[in-house]
Ligand binder design. Structure first.
Ligand code: ZN
Length: 146
């Protein structure tokens, strides 16, 4: 289990140093800011939603390794998914972190499951996801985890 944990930590560090889908998205039709005051994580999420599908997604911002890695993994997981699939994934991911439910594998997102052992970091890991949910529900106000 320790080797696996080290591997997961390494993937989180890699994603935080070289996040995927990082940068502004010129074709975005939805943009939302998210803030986690507990840790100081800040991000802006860009989505291009067409025909009920998240065709493209990116983010900018700065925060701790967990928040950046989570946003990076999330954008990878969401790109190309329908809005309905995205909402299901949000619920599954939230459950994984808050209830430690492993009944379904979420692929690479499972890497973040270890965060549930550190309750104060859960908000770091879910910041990008809450921003995503608000963006899909067309709520333009910035979101805060508090
Ligand atoms: Zn954080």
């Amino acid at each position: 289990m320790n080797e696996l944990r080290e591997l997961y930590q390494q993937i989180i560090i890699d994603h935080s140093r070289h996040p995927h889908n990082f940068g502004q998205l010129d074709t975005a039709n939805r943009t939302i800011d998210g803030f986690n005051p507990l840790c100081g994580d800040k991000l802006t999420l860009y989505l291009e939603v067409k025909n009920d599908c998240v065709e493209n997604i990116s983010f900018i911002g700065h925060g701790c390794a967990i928040s950046t890695a989570s946003a990076s993994l999330m954008t990878d997981a969401i790109k190309g998914k329908t809005v309905a699939e995205t909402k299901i994934l949000f619920d599954q991911f939230h459950k994984l972190l808050t209830e430690k439910k492993f009944d379904v594998s979420l692929g690479k997102l499972d890497i973040l499951a270890g965060v549930c052992e550190f309750p104060t970091r859960i908000k770091c890991a879910t910041l990008a996801w809450h921003a995503l949910k608000s963006a899909l529900e067309n709520q333009p106000e910035p979101i805060s985890t508090e």
